[in-house]
Structures are given as C-alpha cells and as structure tokens.
Design a protein around this ligand. Structure first.
Ligand SMILES: [Mg+2]
Length: 392
C-alpha cells in the first residue's frame, strides 16, 4: 500500500477554521482523516502539511511510527514548533485511521483497548458557543450560574468556565473577589455532585495565579487550568505546591521532552495534552506513558472539530489514566452535518460508549465542509485598562 496524496480541507466554524487532513492511498476507497486545527494560523498549518507531504508520497501508510520519525526529524528542524507539531498531528491521526481501517478495527484496539466501558465528557459553558464561553464577563456571576445550570440540565456532570478575569502581572483584590463570586454562584447553582473547572487561559502571572488558586480553593474545583503561562514551569510548581486544587496544563505543550520537564518539576496534576498539537496520537501515547509513571490524570484539550474529538475519545479508550474528555457541541449549529461518528453519546451523564467502526470511526461530509470555506478567524483582543496587551 502507498500514500498517493495528502490534502487539507478547511471548514470555517466561527471561532476556528477546522483543518481536516485527508491522506489518500492507492487502495480503492482507503483513506484516513486527521485534524490540524490551529486558530489564527490556518494558512501556515495548511502550508506545513504540504511541506510534509513530499516526505510521504509513495510511502507505506501503515508504518505510522516510521513516518512520524520522518516528519519530526528529516527536515532538520525538529517538528515541535506549534505549526509543525499541529501539521504532523493532522497527518498522524489520518495514518492511524488508515491503519485501523486496513485491519478492520477501531484505533483503540490497536493500542490494547478498550480499557474502560465509557469515557466521561465535559462541556464548555454554553456548549462552546463563543459568546457564552469566551465573552461572558467574569463579573456577570448570575449569567455564569445560569449557564452552569443549563449544562447540568443538558446531562453534563462536569463543565468548564472562564471565571477568572484577565489581569496585569499584579492587581489588587477586585479581580480576586470577582472570580470568587463567580465560582460561588456556579457552585450554588449546581451543588457539590457536579464538577466545576476554571480555565485561567494562562492569563495570570504566577503571583496572580497563586492568589486566584487560593481564593478558589474552598470551592473544590475539579481542576484549575493554566493558572499562569506554561513557560513558567516554576510558577506552576509553586501554585501546585500551595493549594490542594489539582492544577491542569499542557494544551500549548507540543512534545515529549517539554512534558517531561513539566512533570519532573511537579508543575501539574492533570495533563491536558492536545492530540492535534502535540504531534498526534503517536506522541500522545508516549506522553501518556510518562503520565502513568508520574500517576497524573489525563484530560485532553479538545475544543476543536469532530476529528479531534473522535481521536481524543479513541485515545481515552486506550489509556488507563484518562479521566475526562473536553467537548464542545454548540460552537456551530451544523457541527453534526459535517461528521458521521462511530461512537454514541448517552444524554444522561454525557458519557460516550466505544466506537465500533474501524479506525477513528468517522466519515467527513466533504460537501458540507465546502459550504463553509476559510474565513479569517475573529479577533479576540484582550487589552488592559492602560491600553497594554494581554493574553487571549
Ligand atoms: Mg484552556
């Protein structure tokens, strides 16, 4: 079997352009789907996929690890910058999809699974609707409480919120009280049997992140995400050492050695690798093995499109330390028209039963994808009160 073409299919989905990668073979009807979505860098990723394609044409697609090594190492610069790590991931996912299809088994079976009966999922407040999740101001505690109650009414037992306002490297009490009121309102709305996550989006400095972690500690968060930049490994480690709340990070960390640095520094309790940004399922499996060694929880980052979700779930059915999968379902109303999925979601509890189809178990509707051609991603500027630039 040989690879004959590598294509990108871009689908504009408001917040993001979903970048689907299709790897075609010389066997009639056998191809694989991957995803390499990277908001605000869509054209760069599509270009990187084409740069990698010349390594792949004519190669046997079932030699997934061999091809991963070629993509990562053969072009001199190791493939762990965010654009190339994402492009490699898109192709790698498609290769695993081909391998599963060629053998007639779901990908999780290729990795010794399934290791569980179902995978638990959580949602963003508003189901991932941009205005609800990213644009509800943290001082609107009432709205947060309403959205939290809505998530529970939709069957979720866990949800994520952005209840921490953007802050400069040092600010006083006001943003701390804002976050505190916001999380208190959500806890009041849903009770103690529901798991609440707060994503700081790596906006705080280590000093502010520590203060947010301390004021939110009494609410028993399931985890506190990116309380400071992932580059501040010592800052994360300090925050983790001073609160009992589990600290999560990893969505911007793109390779095994960087995860090893994080874990060795005891900088997190929850590994949020992103299958579409860390070099794909091949590298994710190595990172997961490291998580096992450190007894860390795996909770992949997954706000992207439907191939990323299918891959994250297949991964979940193969990894013992996997605790929950991030999902969005309301980012665009036509999400379900783009994909036919092999797994089933039970409304009560929003748990996912295993995919029974070969590979990643998905079929992408290319006609529907073509209805949503590339558009520049919407700007999401964060500017502080003095006019200086903050992190999104
Ligand atoms: Mg995040």
């Amino acid at each position: 079997m040989k690879i004959v073409a590598v294509e990108t299919h871009v689908c504009h989905a408001r917040m993001r352009n979903w970048v689907f990668v299709k790897v075609l073979t010389d066997q009639d009807g056998l191809f694989g789907w991957g995803e390499a979505t990277l908001e605000w860098h869509t054209r760069a990723v599509a270009g990187a996929v084409q740069d990698l394609a010349e390594l792949l044409i004519g190669q046997d697609p079932t030699r997934v690890e061999h091809l991963w090594q070629m993509m990562y190492r053969r072009h001199f610069w190791h493939g762990h910058g965010i654009v190339r790590a994402t492009a490699i991931a898109g192709i790698d996912l498609a290769l695993w999809d081909i391998l599963g299809k060629s053998l007639g088994v779901p990908c999780s079976k290729l990795w010794g699974g399934p290791v569980r009966d179902h995978v638990r999922t959580y949602c963003h407040l508003g189901g991932g609707r941009m205005e609800d999740f990213y644009e509800t101001a943290a001082d609107d505690a009432r709205r947060f409480a309403d959205l939290a109650a809505q998530a529970v009414a939709e069957g979720f037992t866990a949800f994520k919120s952005m209840a921490v306002p953007p802050t400069m490297p040092l600010e006083g009490l006001k943003p701390l009280r804002t976050a505190e009121k916001c999380v208190a309102a959500m806890r009041e709305a849903v009770g103690e049997s529901i798991d609440i996550m707060v994503d700081c989006h790596a906006r705080p400095s280590p000093a502010m992140g520590l203060q947010f972690a301390k004021v939110l500690e009494p609410f028993g968060l399931y985890f506190l995400e990116e309380p400071c930049w992932p580059e501040n490994v010592e800052g994360l480690a300090r925050i983790k050492s001073e609160v009992s709340t589990p600290i999560a990070t990893g969505e911007r960390v793109t390779h095994l050695a960087a995860f090893q640095n994080l874990f060795a520094a005891q900088a997190c309790d929850v590994c949020q690798l992103d299958i579409t940004h860390c070099g794909g399922l091949s590298e994710a499996r190595r990172i997961a093995a490291l998580c096992e060694a450190h007894r860390l929880a795996l909770a992949p980052h997954n706000p992207q499109g439907p191939v990323s979700t299918a891959a994250s779930l297949e991964f979940g059915f193969s990894q013992p330390s996997y605790v929950i999968c991030e999902t969005v379902h309301n980012d665009v109303p036509w999400r379900k028209d783009v994909v036919d999925e092999g797994f089933t979601v039970e409304q009560a509890g929003r748990i996912v039963r295993p995919n029974t189809r070969p590979g990643l178990g998905i079929t992408i509707n290319e006609d529907e994808v073509r209805r949503h051609p590339f558009q520049q991603e919407l700007p999401q500027p964060v500017t502080y009160s003095d006019g200086s630039v903050g992190d999104w």
